[in-house]
Design a protein around this ligand. Structure first.
Ligand code: ADP
Ligand code: MG
Length: 324
């Protein structure tokens, strides 16, 4: 069912950045503490994600690329309480359907690793034993080589790469306890240490000077808890690139929550400016329906109005406390 795989692939893998997102999520699910992302030509030519997580045995490694193979959901009722980032079991199959993928993986209690290469739906090399450090390394080459229409929709190398940067930075901010390293054409572009908490990642993101100016704020209600790092009104930018939103530590996009933050700044913001912020909403997963899109980044909240009001109030209070 090569065609079915390619159709499904289009939903998960839109561009290099979506590959990186899925691979990073798998690394985090595998309990990685260090994740290295290497990119060539905006990820179109080649991208790799390497982790020091639990790895896979030979059987899992082969199975990982078949659709709906996931080791993460045991019971159907788990779907309402998703703890791991991945749960659909289609990311690796989707990536393999539209690129040339190599996998090297080793469990720490094994003396050697497993290598295999997949093109489309077939294994073209391996599985065979190789020397490897504990963890998993996945290399994705020639993305969309077999789907020219998708290739045509990709933007410039620089644009595709900037989307990867965004994905990696949001992941780093959601997991300050994990060290991330991102390089493009062999040059390190972003790095987080895995130590020093959210402020340390924000310093890596914004620069140390901007990061020290951020205000810390928090507020909670019966249904949810919100914590935030808020930029000063004069730090606001003309784009939304530095507006980071997380739900239960998963990076999300949600326009109403963004508007709720801006409403808290109110007239302190100049027209056309967007505040810098990192906002973390934590609530019972049952109230947050994450399972609405394969990308899992668009999230519907069942209490959206309440959460928005809480956010606006928190931002307003934090700023007026500082007489801003
Ligand atoms: P999902 O994450 O939804 O389970 P994926 O297609 O992303 O589906 O991955 C399939 C399976 O491959 C995972 O359930 C996991 O068992 C295994 N896997 C993928 N990436 C890694 C990794 N970096 N480390 C360990 N296991 C992995
Ligand atoms: Mg996954």
């Amino acid at each position: 069912d090569a065609l079915a795989n390619q159709i499904a692939a289009g939903e998960v893998v839109e561009r290099p950045a979506s590959c990186v997102k899925e691979l990073i999520e798998n690394s985090l699910d595998a309990k990685a503490k260090r994740i290295k992302i290497e990119v060539e030509e905006g990820g179109i030519r080649r991208l790799s994600v390497e982790d020091d997580g639990v790895g896979m045995d030979e059987q899992d490694a082969v199975l990982a690329f078949s659709r709906h193979a996931t080791s993460k959901i045991i019971h159907a009722r788990d779907l309402t309480r998703i703890q791991t980032l991945g749960f659909r079991g289609e990311a690796l199959a989707a990536i393999a359907a539209v690129s040339k993928v190599s996998l090297t993986t080793r469990q720490s209690d094994q003396t050697h690793g497993i290598f295999l290469r997949i093109e489309g739906t077939s294994i073209t090399d391996g599985p065979k034993p190789v020397g490897a450090p504990p963890g998993t390394r996945i290399v994705v080459e020639d993305l969309f080589y077999n789907t020219p229409v998708r290739l045509k929709y990709l933007r410039s190398v620089q644009t595709e790469f900037s989307r990867i940067v965004d994905v990696v930075q949001r992941a780093a901010l959601s997991r300050p306890d994990v060290a991330f390293l991102l390089s493009h054409e062999g040059r390190v572009v972003f790095q987080s240490s895995g130590r020093g908490g959210q402020r340390s990642v924000l310093a890596a993101l914004l620069g140390p000077v901007e990061a020290t100016q951020l205000l810390e704020a928090s507020q909670s209600s019966v249904t949810c808890q919100v914590t935030a790092w808020l930029g000063l009104p004069q730090q606001a930018r003309s784009n939304r690139n530095h507006a980071y939103l997380f739900l239960n530590h998963r990076p999300i996009r949600n326009l109403s929550l963004h508007q709720a933050v801006a409403a808290g700044y109110g007239t302190r913001l100049m027209v056309g400016k967007h505040p810098i912020y990192a906002l973390f909403v934590d609530m019972d997963p049952i109230l947050a329906d994450v399972n609405i899109h394969p990308h899992k980044s668009e999230v519907r909240l069942s209490e959206e109005r309440d959460v928005s009001q809480l956010i606006t109030r928190m931002v307003e209070n934090a700023l007026s406390d500082k007489h801003l």
